[in-house]
Structure formats: C-alpha cells, structure tokens
Ligand binder design. Sequence first.
Ligand code: ZN
Length: 243
Amino acid sequence: MSIRVTVWSEFRHEKESELVRSVYPDGMHTVIAAGIKERLGDDCVVTTATLDEPEHGLTEAVLAQTDVLTWWGHMAHGDVSDEIVERVYQRVLGGMGLIVLHSGHFAKVFKKLMGTSCALRWRDDDSETVWTVRPGHPITQDVPEVFQVPQQEMYGEFFDVPQPDELIFISSFAGGEVFRSGCCWSRGQGRIFYFSPGHETYPVYYQPEIRTVIGNAVRWAAPVATNVYSTQSCPNSPLGWFK
Ligand code: ZN
C-alpha cells in the first residue's frame, strides 16, 4: 500500500523574501514533495499543507489520512496553534511518522515530543559535510558514505535533544563545528527523524543526496500495523490468558 505523506511548511519566507522566492518560487514544500515522489514513486501519495490554510492544513481528516508528516518551519513557530500541535503530537504517539527538517528543531511539536529546549549553535554562510555513521540503516540506502552540501547554514553542538535512539548522520563544517544532523527517536508508536540540512536561501532540497535521505526517512517512518495498543488510557482489565 502506498505511504500517504503530508509535506507541511510554513510558506512565509517565500511570500516575504525575494531571495527565498528566487530559490523556491512555488514554496519549499513543493520541492520537498517532489523529492519524496522522485525517491518513492508509486510507493507514496504526497500532498502538501501550509500554515495559513484553515487549521494549518492539518485537519483531523487530513491527519487521519497521513502516514508520515514532514515539517519545515522557522519564522512563525509561534503562529502554530497549540490545538494543532496537540493533534499532531497525539497522531505521532498513535503511530504517524514525523520527519522534522532544519529549523523545525524549534517547532512546538518537536519540542513537545523531545521534552527539551532543542536549542543549537548556528552561523550563516558555510558549507556542510554530511558523514554517514550508521551504514546499513534504511535511511542510508543509496546515500554516499560522505557528501557535501556546498552552501549551508552551520548548525552545531550542543544540540539540546535527548540522546537519539539511532544516530544516522554527523555533519562537519568549514568552521570546524560538528553536529548530529540525522537522528532517530520513537515516541509511543511513532517514529521521528530529524535531518538538519535545508536553509531557505540555499537550494538544498534540490540536491539528489538530500532527496534520497528524506525519501528513505519517509519509508522508514511509515507506521507498522500493530495489535490494539492504546496511548489514551491505562485500562484496569486483565488480559484473558491470565485468568
Ligand atoms: Zn536556516
């Protein structure tokens, strides 16, 4: 069955900045969505949603039909309503995959899922070298052992997140900094992947290696059907085979 992917983006920089519009004329979400489709083909159905749509495009109906949600935000994290954050959070606990990209590290829902500040060190205008440190993991399929992002904002340690369940990529920068740029966690039944490359003024989401990683991550994060398991309650009811 096809993985149902919703690519969510703030879509504000593109409206307000000529520079960002020159890189992403139809919005970053359209380029991220095209990259996922390019990687997964008929294995996925991709739709997009943006902040200024009603309910940020993330209605109950949309989320119920979403296996994996990707999230890019930066300048308007505070404009995301707490009600929608709670809705996304509950869906992740219930099994929806979540791919958080770049400045999405400060998204309300990511901070809520991590339980930490998610702060990091940053600096403009550098180049990034991405090192694969977990070969054999599904997210690294067809990804080179090491590759360059020619123009990128530097994100560096300390990155205030819980220790990842699996560390997939580490990045180094011309300035000497290092960063845990590809991290996996699970929360409830949901899988979460954070991937840092992707600043809005650079054409990062057109780059083949980046598209491969995000497509792989969508496939990895897609929910697996499990037996009945409730994250909503703690029933005081013995299972039949204990009687
Ligand atoms: Zn950035």
